[in-house]
Design a protein around this ligand. Structure first.
Ligand code: SF4
Ligand code: SF4
Length: 479
């Protein structure tokens, strides 16, 4: 009873028994996991709604809810509709006979990845006997594996979870993006492994904030809710969050849909330039956009505006809270956006000037490998990291009652996350994925992740039509 944060169980003193209101159950499985007798199972109520092929349970339930409330249907996490996942239609190559495979355990295998603009040419200077390459003055992020933790703000997740992600980033030689909620002072100790966001709400953004951290990300859009802003309800704006975000306690934290100073690529260029000047050109600037219909043209403009890294967030990307209609119907899959952006930047001779981070629907090491073969340099993950810490994808993050203590600011429920255990589990996940990436690379006869980038020869597709193949730049299996 105490495990359920959604008040499904209550004790009826008059009847001296526990009563269950099953309509409140969100299928989070917390009670199942903690039942000492292993006697609880959660099954859909077969008589709840009479559905047919046109009107499923969800669509009927949503109409009923809105008829009662007159409001927007909110949800959390990412789009859960079965279509739109191209990764499952792509298969990887493996060496046979010629170009032999590489054994990643016994032979060198490089996953180290540098993110940031690369120089157009490498200057070599002669020392008489040898030639030495002149180091690039362009700031880079150095990753020991091509995976970073995507933006999760203080407020959308609690400090326990932020710290666990930052520590896992430190131990695995990668980065955690603290999102748009400012920087809690406790996070300063991880500064070298943090990416700090400048979003439309400008929460917690000041000179000291920009000086901290390894990179700055300007968030234009987010895959789970392209074109709309963010909303952290006043109930979640505690004393600590109000100080970190620099807003009054208990007030709604609203990030407007647009940046009110960005209406063109020139405006974006100005903001990038200002941040670069303020930070003395010492750190790469990331611009994050949602994957939308004209991502390729937008990305071309972003590179010309001076960004060092573009993060493209596909429609399967997650969030703490979004209108369900937006989450499930706006944007495009990351695979298509990524391939078209990589193509366009290559055609325009701009690809070297920027790195690409793919995100929004990366579920496994094979998704990472496929994304890199489609043109990404690295991938952001978020949902997978939360699942590693216990999330059961019940999609109720927006309620602030996360039963696993992750997306809640409630001081009591937050304690359900053991930061040490959470750090270990997330670090393990990254390690496991990295080992699998090495195995897949070895199988393809590749000894460096960089050699896979945009190398679509290593991909083949099943069940896609000619036009889809053309956009992805991938051939059918058997060809
Ligand atoms: S909401 Fe979660 S904890 Fe509560 S009854 Fe349902 S499955 Fe169990
Ligand atoms: S983070 Fe918590 S509330 Fe959100 S989907 Fe996972 S378990 Fe549910």
């Amino acid at each position: 009873m105490i495990q359920c944060t959604f008040d499904v169980f209550s004790f009826n003193e008059q009847k001296n028994k526990i009563e269950i209101d099953e309509r409140k159950c969100v299928d989070c499985h917390r009670c199942v996991a903690f039942c000492p007798e292993q006697s609880i199972s959660i099954i859909p109520n077969p008589t709840q709604y009479r559905s047919n092929s046109s009107w499923n349970r969800e669509s009927i339930r949503n109409v009923v809810k809105q008829a009662e409330s007159g409001g927007i249907i909110l949800t959390g996490m990412g789009c859960d509709k079965p279509n739109y996942t191209y990764f499952d239609r792509l298969l990887l190559n493996a060496s046979q006979v010629t170009n032999p495979s590489i054994d990643p355990i016994r032979e060198p295998m490089e996953l180290r990845t540098y993110l940031g603009a690369k120089p157009d040419m490498l200057k070599l200077t002669s020392t008489g006997e040898t030639w030495e390459a002149q180091a690039s003055a362009l700031p880079q992020l150095q990753l020991e594996t091509p995976i970073l933790f995507s933006a999760m703000s203080f407020g959308s997740i609690n400090l326990n979870v932020q710290e666990a992600l930052a520590r896992a980033a430190v131990s695995n030689g990668t980065y955690f993006n603290v999102g748009e909620g400012g920087l809690h002072p406790k996070m300063n100790q991880y500064a070298d492994h943090l990416i700090l966001q400048v979003a439309s709400g400008r929460f917690g953004v000041h000179k000291g904030y920009l000086d901290t951290g390894a990179a700055i990300e300007i968030k234009i859009g987010q895959g789970a809710k392209p074109g709309i802003g963010g909303h952290l309800p006043g109930e979640k704006v505690t004393e600590e969050i109000s100080e970190t975000r620099m807003i009054p306690k208990g007030t709604d934290a609203l990030s407007p849909a647009p940046h009110h100073d960005i209406y063109s690529i020139e405006d974006l260029a100005q903001l990038i330039q200002v941040i670069k000047e303020v930070t003395e050109f010492s750190k790469p600037i990331i611009v994050k956009i949602a994957a939308v219909h004209n991502s390729a043209a937008i990305s071309s403009g972003i590179v010309r505006a001076g960004a060092d890294i573009i993060a493209i967030d596909g429609m399967k990307g997650s969030t703490g809270a979004a209108p369900q209609a937006i989450r499930d119907n706006v944007g495009i899959p990351i695979e298509m956006a990524l391939a078209s952006v990589d193509n366009r930047l290559n055609q325009e001779g701009l690809r070297n000037r920027v790195s690409i981070i793919a995100c929004g629907g990366i579920r496994s090491s094979s998704d990472v490998v496929k994304a890199i073969a489609l043109g990404a340099d690295a991938c952001y993950i978020a949902t997978a990291a939360l699942i590693a810490m216990g999330c059961t994808v019940c999609q109720k993050c927006y309620t602030g009652k996360c039963p696993w203590g992750l997306t809640t600011m409630d001081p009591v429920i937050s304690r359900r996350v053991n930061p040490n255990e959470a750090t270990k589990r997330v670090a393990n996940l990254l390690r496991g994925w990295s080992l699998e990436i090495k195995e897949m690379l070895g199988g393809m006869g590749i000894n460096s992740i960089e050699s896979l980038r945009g190398n679509r020869n290593h991909l083949r597709a099943v069940g896609l039509n000619e036009r889809e193949l053309e956009i992805l730049g991938v051939r059918m299996v058997g060809s």
